[in-house]
Ligand binder design. Structure first.
Ligand code: FES
Ligand code: FES
Length: 159
C-alpha cells in the first residue's frame, strides 16, 4: 500500500491503495466520483477518460503510482447543474446521446481538444474522439454538440 497525493478537480487529495490500483478505481471507489465510467477496463472504449495534467488519459489503465502529484480533471470538474460547462450545455441542447454512458469520457476528450483548438473542423473533432466508443450510435449529434460548444466558447462563455 502507498499513499499518493494528487489534485482532483482543483482539490488536493490523498489516496491509499496498492501502487497498481487503477486511477478509475481511486476516483470512483475511494473518492466517490462516479461520473467517470467503467466500460471495458482494457483501455479500448474511452468511457473512463479523464484529464491528467491537461491531457486525456484512460483512467482504467493508469496506475495510482503514475499520477502522484498530477492534476486530474473528471467530468465533475467541468461544470455544475446550475452552471454547466459550454460542452455540457451543448450536449443537452443537441440531445447528443441516448444512454449517456459514453458521454463523460467524450466530454473530457472534447474539452482537451477545445482547450488546444478553439475552431476544430468536423474531421479534427472526429479524430479527437477516435478513442471514445459510443455504442448507441449518437456520433452525428455528438459531433454537432462539440461544434456548438466551440461556438459558445468562442462567443465568450469561457468556463
Ligand atoms: S474502461 Fe477504460 S477504456 Fe474502457
Ligand atoms: S450514448 Fe449510449 S454509448 Fe454513447
Amino acid at each position: 500500500m502507498q499513499t499518493v497525493r494528487l489534485i482532483v478537480n482543483g482539490n488536493a487529495v490523498g489516496a491509499t491503495a496498492e501502487a497498481e490500483t487503477p486511477l478509475l478505481d481511486i476516483l470512483r471507489n475511494h473518492l466517490g466520483l462516479m461520473g467517470t465510467k467503467f466500460g471495458c477496463g482494457l483501455e479500448q472504449c474511452g468511457c473512463c477518460m479523464v484529464l491528467v495534467d491537461g491531457k486525456p488519459e484512460k483512467s482504467c489503465g493508469k496506475p495510482l503510482s503514475a499520477v502522484a502529484g498530477k492534476e486530474i480533471v473528471t467530468i465533475e470538474g467541468l461544470g455544475t447543474p446550475e452552471r454547466p460547462h459550454p460542452l455540457q450545455q451543448a450536449f443537452i441542447d443537441e440531445q447528443a446521446g441516448q444512454c449517456g454512458y459514453c458521454l463523460p469520457g467524450i466530454l473530457i476528450s472534447a474539452k482537451a481538444l477545445l482547450d488546444r483548438n478553439a475552431s476544430p473542423s468536423r474531421k479534427e473533432i472526429a479524430e479527437a474522439l477516435d478513442d471514445n466508443i459510443c455504442r448507441c450510435g449518437s456520433h452525428i449529434r455528438i459531433l454537432r454538440a462539440v461544434e456548438c460548444a466551440a461556438r459558445l466558447l468562442r462567443d465568450g462563455d469561457a468556463r
